[in-house]
Design a binder for this molecule. Structure first.
Ligand code: GLY
Length: 346
């Protein structure tokens, strides 16, 4: 069921909710003050028959908290890049999504995380691959962007850089969730696609444990776009495997001239179509709208037997959240405080 609320800033950034209605196009009003943030908590949602009302309420609450964190930044006049980081940190701290605390395990039973962030105003970007123990990989990606001479770091060097930056480092058991552990054991026992016989060409159907990603895109009141993505990656992956999420132009892209976009899907497909940069190119060179460009690439991935879902926003504040499969954990909020959180077709 589609649910829409009006979100009102009260005092020092607290949010209250009241029933309202809205659509995905920008709200009318002063264009200089227009802003929006859209998020996803991954495609490959739980099948409806596994989704209890309590669980669904928990997912929706987590998505709402993420939107609130991003909205608070934007409503306070903050930058889109800060809103994206704030929103993603909330989902990384939740056990419900495949990122940060809720990350999937690789086939060795180890959590190795990927993340990236990009500023559409400057085309600055930061990314981290297969990093362990960092509580918020999106913040590490941001620090790599802001405080290192590099765009991308990985593994032990990235962990050392995170420590030097004073980021929160967790013991490995922080990342243990029973659901993800049991899922890995099942996958390894069955020898399924993601366990013993990984292939990049197999036709796959998204499932709630195989992969997932969190991401956010935002337009701030100054017209700047930003995007970020974070993930534990593909469950049962080989040790050292890096997916699309930390690859600028595959899992994440932002350019003020076109769009900000974060994808979720099987990295082995997303990387090979350079998905998010292709979306930007289709807008820039073919004149497509944000909705047309994202759907064109989703179609291209589908032809490869893959599956990709995205959230994206353009400079006019138009949001699109197309997905493959049964649904995508997703939501958005605009400057007027109207927000929506959706999981399935609603
Ligand atoms: N898109 C997440 C991954 O394939 O790692």
């Amino acid at each position: 069921m589609r649910r829409v609320f009006s979100m009102v800033l009260v005092g020092m950034g607290f949010l209250t909710l009241a029933a309202s209605s809205g659509a995905e196009s920008p709200a009318p009003g002063d264009s200089e003050r227009r802003f929006v943030i859209a998020i996803h908590g991954g495609g490959g949602v739980r099948p409806r028959d596994e989704m209890t009302p309590e669980l669904e309420a928990s997912y929706r609450a987590a998505l709402r908290r993420s939107l609130e964190a991003g909205y608070e930044v934007l409503a306070g006049g903050g930058d889109s890049i800060d809103a994206v980081e704030a929103a993603i940190r909330v989902m990384e701290d939740s056990p419900f999504f495949n990122a940060g605390k809720g990350s999937s395990f690789n086939r060795e039973g180890i959590v190795q995380m990927d993340a990236s962030i990009m500023d559409g105003r400057t085309l600055d970007a930061g990314a981290v691959g297969v990093v362990q123990r960092v509580r918020n990989p999106i913040t590490l990606a941001r620090r790599i962007m802001d405080s290192s001479p590099h765009v991308m770091m990985a593994d032990q060097g990235a962990l050392e850089f995170a420590k030097a930056q004073g980021l929160t480092i967790e013991a490995p058991h922080y990342f243990y969730t029973e659901r993800k552990w049991e899922s890995l054991q099942r996958r390894l026992r069955q020898g399924t696609e993601y366990g013993k016989r990984p292939s990049k060409t197999a036709r796959i159907t998204p499932d709630s444990h195989a992969f997932g990603t969190v991401g956010a895109v935002a337009l701030d009141a100054r017209g700047n776009l930003a995007a970020g993505t974070s993930t534990g990656g593909r469950e049962g992956k080989l040790h050292g495997r890096i997916g699309d999420s930390p690859i600028i132009g595959a899992g994440t892209y932002a350019n003020n001239a076109t769009l900000a976009v974060s994808s979720t899907g099987l990295g082995e497909h997303v990387i090979r179509v350079v998905a998010t940069k292709t979306m930007s190119d289709l807008m820039q060179y073919e004149g497509m709208s944000v909705d047309e460009a994202t759907r064109a690439v989703i179609g291209q991935v589908a032809e490869m037997g893959g599956s990709i879902s995205v959230v994206a926003v353009d400079q006019d504040g138009s949001v699109t959240m197309p997905y493959s499969g049964d649904g995508m954990y997703r939501g958005f909020v605009r400057e007027d405080g109207v927000y929506e959180v959706r999981i399935y077709e609603e």
